[in-house]
Design a protein around this ligand. Structure first.
Ligand code: ADP
Length: 751
């Protein structure tokens, strides 16, 4: 009997098929081709005669027939004696391959498994795993030092998993740019039995883990990257404030969880005027404001003021940019200390929008007892700012191994403590979920513009996902308030400690480890490119389910790893799970879809004056009262004002935020007697009706935010579910009956 063998090169490694395996020889003469093969291992055993191989197909490898390539490869040989079970050999050193790995030696198998050709060879159930050590393969199996100094495994593993005998190859992760998240990432890769490439890899990896931004590694054309293009820019304080303000204009009630903010220097006059007016009305008014530099983080450059005249003069054009925000004077206190919540949120996909929230988070405590702001204590950073990076320098900072004491605690320990005091934490948790979904809905439109500019349709590119860090404050009345969203939340699992006077060392931080490792591990599980269940699920249309019924997405089972020993996922899907309650908020996304349609073939992020005119004309928004000359004036006014606001802005054209402003203006002109939200819905319906469904090119332009998604699913999600149909009846409905505010049924969310 011949066993069948198929050699093929796929992705970064060799694939195996048939009844098994590659027989890779060391340079001893190997004859190959279809038909009988003489395989000679470096052990000197003629495997053809002992095993009876037959090559049924030989595919091209680097221009050479596989048979020739065999001569260049290291030896790892099949011994196929029991038909029920096949032995998988770790490739010891693949000459000509550029891999470097420090992964689990037992998972050192970077090739995709090709389904077996001959199932009849595997007709009895698997019998567990068997590890073989092959002696005498000399230098080859001992392995040459690979480029990163790691040695490949000497262990040859036999796998008899099931009747088919196949277990999947490990997912490959490039961790070369992981920075401070590296330690946690390594632990997760090991736990998942995946394969790490700490120095990167010339061949593509399945996942690229970046510490800072999408561009940490340039020119990634496939796989997954843990950052979206534009997320860093989008979540800078000014941009986030703008996006939140747009939503506040449309939905003031729904977005009242974000403190009133002004952008400096652009809105200094409005800020001063409003405060003066308030003080005139109420002479006892003593509102405090917090000033945050635009590019700042970790509390850098933040200070409190009580009057616009207290603003510090700033030098340099960039330094002038800041957000000044209403200060929350009555936060919830624990042990008399102010604290904030760091919540980890996974944006798994933009299109369709998929959001997961980590059940566990961190709470960061101030180190000086809180007092309401007064002129006396405004400069007490340890009292007012919860940043770990600041408070760690206070003599009162407590590093604790316990999750429920110290200056950094788990969120669950705080919530349970509140529950013990009679607080309805389900209520708090559902408010937090709502805050996360609404904030994501506010930032997604511009992210889509960044995405299509960076990875235009038709250009090869990776699929993106991202873990965000939401900073949330609870008020004394238990209302969650959004402080900011971090595009690169720290995933460090150690903290600095002074081990001797003046000598600092990083020591493990159990609380960080407890929370962050689970978040990374489960993000990887959800994104697992080799697990079919983990690819983005097509979004269900709103209204497809009866009122109050949950969308039946079992987040527990999503992305379940083949390793049943892993705990259930700590990341819970909240969107599209609660899409029915929140979809009506996605109006700016519909405006963005129009914007992207008119961006033109150049993959930029700004509309030129001609494109803006085309938009107006195509949507038939001009008339005798609003001529094309007025259109030009509108364009010039809006773009000029915005470019003046950004002192060194060299970018010409109309960005998304300016387009949204223009759209609001046009909606206001056209539908004077409606409230803004209804004006916008009406104008959207009108434009969408004029434009019809996007052409295939436009479709790709506006919907290419998830490369893993089948086209049909994308098309399904183009039009957001609120009155997007172009029929006049639907338009009327949309105009006359806006969606109700967030349904109270969200209150059932459990922690
Ligand atoms: P950074 O990116 O520099 O950390 P944040 O916006 O997170 O900036 O602000 C730093 C800290 O200041 C927060 O952790 C919080 O303790 C406090 N803080 C920020 N905004 C407010 C606010 N509006 N009201 C009360 N405290 C705030």
């Amino acid at each position: 009997m011949y066993h069948q063998l198929c050699l093929t090169r796929s992705g970064g490694g060799w694939a195996e098929g048939g009844s098994v395996v590659c027989c890779l020889t060391t340079g001893r003469k190997a004859r190959n081709g279809t038909g009988n093969v003489k395989f000679v291992s470096s052990l000197g055993v003629n495997l053809t005669s002992c095993c009876g191989f037959r090559v049924i197909s030989v595919m091209k490898f680097n221009g050479l027939k596989a048979g020739l390539a065999l001569n260049q490869l290291a030896s790892a040989v099949l011994a196929l004696s029991a038909p029920a079970c096949f032995y998988r050999f770790v490739r010891a050193a693949a000459v000509g391959d550029d891999e470097n790995s420090s992964g689990n030696p037992n998972s050192n198998f970077p090739w995709p498994v090709v389904p077996p050709y001959t199932m009849k060879n595997f007709n009895s159930p698997g019998s567990g795993q068997q590890a073989l050590k092959i002696k005498g393969l000399g230098r080859i199996l001992q392995g040459e030092s690979e480029s990163n100094g790691n040695y490949p495994s000497k262990t040859i593993q036999a796998s008899c998993k099931d009747g088919f005998g196949f277990s999947r190859r490990p997912v490959t992760v490039d961790s070369s740019k992981a920075k401070t998240s590296l330690k946690a990432l390594k632990l997760c890769i090991k736990r998942l039995k995946w394969k790490e490439f700490p120095l990167g890899r010339r061949a593509p990896c399945d996942i690229y883990w970046h510490g800072v931004s999408f561009h940490d590694n340039e020119n990634i054309v496939s796989g997954l990257v843990n950052k979206f293009p534009g997320m860093v820019e989008m979540l800078r304080k000014i941009n986030l404030s703008r996006a939140m303000r747009t939503m506040q204009e449309l939905f003031p009630e729904e977005y009242n969880f974000y403190p009133r903010s002004w952008i400096l220097p652009e809105e200094y006059r409005q800020f001063s005027a409003q405060i003066r007016l308030l003080k005139e009305k109420d002479t006892t008014m003593n509102t405090t404001f917090i000033v945050k530099p635009d590019g700042g983080s970790q509390g850098d450059g933040i200070y409190l003021i009580r009057d616009p005249s207290d603003l510090k003069p700033m030098v340099g054009s960039q330094a002038k940019q800041a957000v000044v925000q209403e200060y929350i004077p009555k936060p919830l206190l624990i042990d008399k200390l102010k604290f904030d919540i760091r919540l980890y949120v996974l944006i798994k996909s933009l299109e369709p929008l998929e959001i997961y929230i980590a059940k566990e988070g961190l709470t960061r405590f101030c180190t000086e007892p809180y007092e309401e702001p007064s002129q006396k204590n405004l400069s007490h950073v340890f009292m007012h700012l919860t940043n770990y990076s600041l408070n760690v320098h206070s003599g009162n900072f407590v590093h604790s191994d316990s999750q429920s004491t110290g200056s950094k605690r788990t969120l669950s320990s705080v919530l349970y403590r509140l529950a013990a005091k009679g607080v309805d934490i389900k209520w708090v948790w559902s408010d937090i979920i709502a805050l996360v979904i609404k904030t994501s809905i506010a930032v997604v439109p511009e992210l889509k513009v960044y995405y299509q500019a960076d990875i235009p349709p038709g250009k090869p590119g990776p699929t993106c996902f991202q873990i965000l860090g939401f900073d949330i404050l609870l008020t004394k009345n238990l209302k969650p308030v959004l402080l900011e969203v971090n595009a690169s939340p720290s995933m460090r699992i150690e903290h600095e400690q002074e081990v001797a006077p003046g000598v600092f060392e990083y020591v493990p931080s159990p609380v960080d480890k407890e929370v962050k490792v689970d978040v990374i591990r489960d993000t990887l599980r959800l994104m697992d490119p080799l697990n079919k269940d983990s690819t983005p699920s097509p979004q269900l249309k709103a209204g497809e389910f009866e009122h109050g019924e949950e969308i039946p997405v079992d987040s527990e089972s999503q992305g379940r790893s083949p390793d049943e020993n892993l705990p259930s996922l700590c990341l819970k899907q909240v969107y599209p799970k609660y899409s029915k309650e929140f979809n009506y908020l996605r109006l700016v996304e519909r405006i963005t879809a129009l914007f992207i349609r008119f961006l033109g073939v150049k993959d930029n992020m700004r509309l030129g004056p001609t494109a803006f005119r085309t938009f107006i004309r195509t949507c038939k928004l001009n008339n005798s009262n609003f001529t094309m000359a007025s259109v030009d004036v509108l364009y010039i006014n809006i773009t000029r004002r915005r470019s003046c606001a950004i002192p060194d802005s060299r970018e010409a054209g109309m960005g998304l935020q300016a387009f949204v402003e223009a759209f609001f203006y046009l909606a206001g002109r056209r539908f004077k007697f409606l409230v803004l939200k209804e004006q916008v819905v009406s104008l959207l319906s009108l434009c969408e009706a004029q434009l019809g469904p996007p052409s295939s090119v436009e479709d790709r332009r506006s919907l290419s935010c998830s490369r893993a998604l089948p086209r049909a699913a994308r098309t399904q999600t183009l039009c957001l579910p609120d009155a997007q149909s172009s029929s006049p009846a639907t338009q009327r409905r949309a105009t006359s009956s806006p969606r109700p505010p967030v349904s109270p049924c969200l209150r059932f969310i459990t922690f």
